[in-house]
Design a protein around this ligand. Structure first.
Ligand code: FMN
Length: 257
C-alpha cells in the first residue's frame, strides 16, 4: 500500500508511479488512518516537506496509522530542495510504534510555495529532468525491498519548524484566504482541501465566499487550483500563470473522494 499526502499533486504523482510498479494500492493518508493495515507486507509513505518538516496534517496523522510492525516500510519525500526533518520524523514515529523504516529517499520537484518567494513553480519544470531517472532508481530499490536511508537525518531547522513559536508563525504565514472581490463561492477550494478546512459562507448581496478554518495544513491546494485565482497568501494574489500542479495530476485527481 502506498499512502500519500499531497497539495499540488507532486507527492500523488510519485506515489502512483511507485504503486504502478509494485502493484500496490494508492491511498490518501486521511483514509489510511481509518484502516487496519496490519495485513500489509509493504507500506510506503510519500509526502512533501513543508518548512523543513512534514505538513502539520502528516505530523498529526502518522502516529495514528495501524501498521504491520514487520512490514517493509519506505518513505519518499518530495521537496523543492531540502527535506529537513521530514523523513526523520517518520523514522521516529515508526520506531516508537516498534516498526522500522527500511528505505528513505527524497526527490526534487517544483516548489509549490515558490509563489510566496517570487519564484514561479512553473519555471522550475527543469527539476523534472533528473526526476524520472531518480524515481526509477527509487522504484527499483523499493521493488526489491532494499534497505537504505539516503535522506533520513535529524535537522535543526526542521525541529524549529515543528517545536517553536517561530515555526508556528511560518506555518500561519502560508494560510490562504479568499479575496472577497474575486471569490464566487464555486467551492473548488473546499473540494481539494485535503483536511476539509474550507467552507462556503453566504454573503448578502454577493455570491458566497470561501472561508478557511483553523486547521489549515498549508498545502496551498486551494491557491493553486482556484479557477478564479481568488485564494491569496496575505496580500499576495496569484496569477494564473503562477498556479502550479504536477503535470500528470489533474484537478479531478485532487478532489477529495
Ligand atoms: C507551505 C510550504 C512549505 C514548503 N517548504 C519547503 C521546504 O522547507 N523545503 C523544500 O525543499 N520545499 C518546500 N516546499 C515545497 C514542497 O515540498 C514541494 O513543492 C512538494 O513537492 C509539494 O508536494 P505536494 O504537491 O504533494 O503538496 C514547501 C511547500 C509548501 C506549500
Amino acid at each position: 500500500m502506498v499512502i500519500y499526502f499531497s497539495g499540488t499533486g507532486n507527492s500523488l504523482a510519485i506515489a502512483r508511479k511507485i504503486a504502478e510498479a509494485t502493484n500496490d494500492q494508492v491511498i490518501p493518508l486521511m483514509e489510511a488512518v481509518k484502516l487496519d493495515l496490519s495485513g500489509e507486507a509493504r507500506i510506503g509513505l510519500v509526502y512533501p516537506s513543508y518548512d523543513f518538516a512534514p505538513p502539520p496534517a502528516v505530523q498529526k496523522l502518522l502516529p495514528k496509522l495501524r501498521v504491520n510492525l514487520q512490514a517493509y516500510i519506505f518513505v519518499v519525500i518530495d521537496c523543492g530542495a531540502q527535506v529537513g526533518i521530514s523523513s526523520w520524523f517518520a523514522r521516529h514515529v515508526f520506531k516508537q510504534m516498534g516498526a522500522k523504516v527500511a528505505f528513505c529517499d527524497k526527490i526534487r520537484v517544483p516548489d509549490s510555495a515558490g509563489i510566496a518567494y517570487k519564484r514561479n513553480p512553473n519555471k522550475q519544470i527543469w527539476k523534472f529532468t533528473k526526476y524520472a531517472s531518480r524515481l526509477e532508481r527509487i522504484i527499483d530499490d523499493i521493488k526489491n525491498n532494499r534497505s537504505a536511508i539516503h535522506y533520513g537525518g535529524w535537522s535543526l531547522l526542521g525541529w524549529i519548524s515543528i517545536n517553536t513559536s517561530f515555526g508556528q508563525k511560518m506555518i500561519k504565514a502560508f494560510k490562504p484566504a479568499a479575496n472577497p472581490d474575486k471569490c464566487i463561492g464555486c467551492g473548488t477550494c473546499a473540494r481539494v482541501c485535503p483536511v476539509e478546512n474550507i467552507t462556503m459562507q453566504e454573503r448578502e448581496g454577493a455570491k458566497p465566499i470561501a472561508v478557511t478554518g483553523d486547521n489549515c495544513t498549508t498545502c496551498l491546494a486551494c491557491v493553486h487550483f482556484c479557477p478564479h485565482q481568488a485564494m491569496q497568501l496575505g496580500k499576495t494574489s496569484v496569477e494564473k500563470s503562477w498556479q502550479y500542479h504536477h503535470p500528470e495530476i489533474s484537478l479531478k485527481d485532487m478532489i477529495r473522494k
